[in-house]
Design a protein around this ligand. Structure first.
Ligand SMILES: [Zn+2]
Length: 302
């Protein structure tokens, strides 16, 4: 048997954060567990869940803040736990067909992606998952979880707030250097903008992200990280305008230039995610009259 590193952890009253590899950098993530008097809840189940052991596998329930392959990677270890997913992401939790629509990629890309996530993320759908709405609460005994719908990354994406301790699990509003991700079919740049504008209103004193950032416990540092993360949207818009300022370009040409990922970066879904993300920026710029679409499909600065 291979020796496995025991994940590092941090504790905030009833909340334990198990850090994934590199503070949960994708493909890993950070595992949040909330231990109430009556109920042990897990928030999402990233890859690191597979290295925790009994402290994870004793979970009575899993509350998914949103649905993506890297947040379902430990579900196979808790077959008897109740699984909750945001209503708008519920179909994606319940079946591959739902998850495929959630990604919205072309069929050949989806086929390759399914094989990859089965192998690398232990992907298995949860037809027993139950939906929850904005404002839903779970009383775990001495700790209560409240769902705050904050869409954009996915249409169901939800912040899970543990009260009265004031620990907010931000999920994939991850405050990472990569910036916001809105590359899938149910993602929305417009909704992500609204979410980021309201995130500071969440009454928290500790903020936990799924990836890379890990835990922030100082409000000033959280606000700084949020400002840098939000600024990525304007930087991407400026990059797009710069590319179109050089010469008119088609969507395919812009996808080849990359907006989210570094130039030349390739993975199964990357072209599709770039296409979806760039299209949303172009739609905003077209609506604002800052970009025009030519009859031959090229975009130019207006
Ligand atoms: Zn995600």
């Amino acid at each position: 048997m291979c020796a496995q590193l025991v994940p590092q952890r941090a504790e905030f009253g009833p909340v334990t954060v198990f850090f994934g590899d590199k503070s949960g950098k994708y493909p890993d993530g950070n595992q949040v567990m909330v231990s109430g008097r009556d109920t042990l809840a897990a928030f999402d189940t990233p890859l690191v869940a597979n290295r925790i052991g009994a402290e994870f596998e004793a979970a009575d329930m899993v509350i998914l803040g949103h649905v993506h392959e890297d947040h379902m990677a430990g579900l196979h270890r808790v077959p008897r736990a109740r699984v909750f997913a945001p209503e708008a992401d519920l179909a994606a939790a319940r079946s591959w067909e739902g998850l495929a629509r959630h990604y919205g990629y072309a069929a050949p890309v989806l086929a390759r992606l399914k094989a990859k996530i089965e192998k690398e993320f232990f992907y298995a759908p949860r037809p027993d998952a139950v939906g929850y709405a904005d404002g839903a609460t779970w009383d775990l005994g001495g700790a209560c979880v409240r769902a705050l719908h904050m869409p954009g990354h996915t249409s169901g994406h939800t912040v899970l707030l543990v009260e009265p301790q004031g620990v907010a699990f931000l999920g994939d509003i991850d405050l990472s250097g990569f910036g916001p991700y809105y590359g899938d079919a149910t993602s929305s740049l417009a909704e992500f903008r609204r979410t980021l504008a309201h995130l500071a209103d969440v009454p928290a004193t500790t903020w936990v992200t799924s990836h890379h950032r890990g835990v922030l416990t100082e409000r000033a540092k959280f606000l700084d990280a949020l400002a840098v993360f939000t600024a990525k949207l304007d930087q991407r818009e400026q990059r797009l305008l710069g590319l179109l300022g050089e010469r008119p370009r088609t969507l395919d040409e812009l996808v080849a230039c990359r907006l989210l990922y570094p130039p030349g970066h390739q993975d199964i879904w990357v072209d599709e995610a770039e296409r979806r993300s760039i299209s949303q920026h172009l739609d905003e710029l077209l609506a604002a009259g800052r970009v025009a679409r030519l009859e031959d499909g090229h975009y130019r600065v207006a």
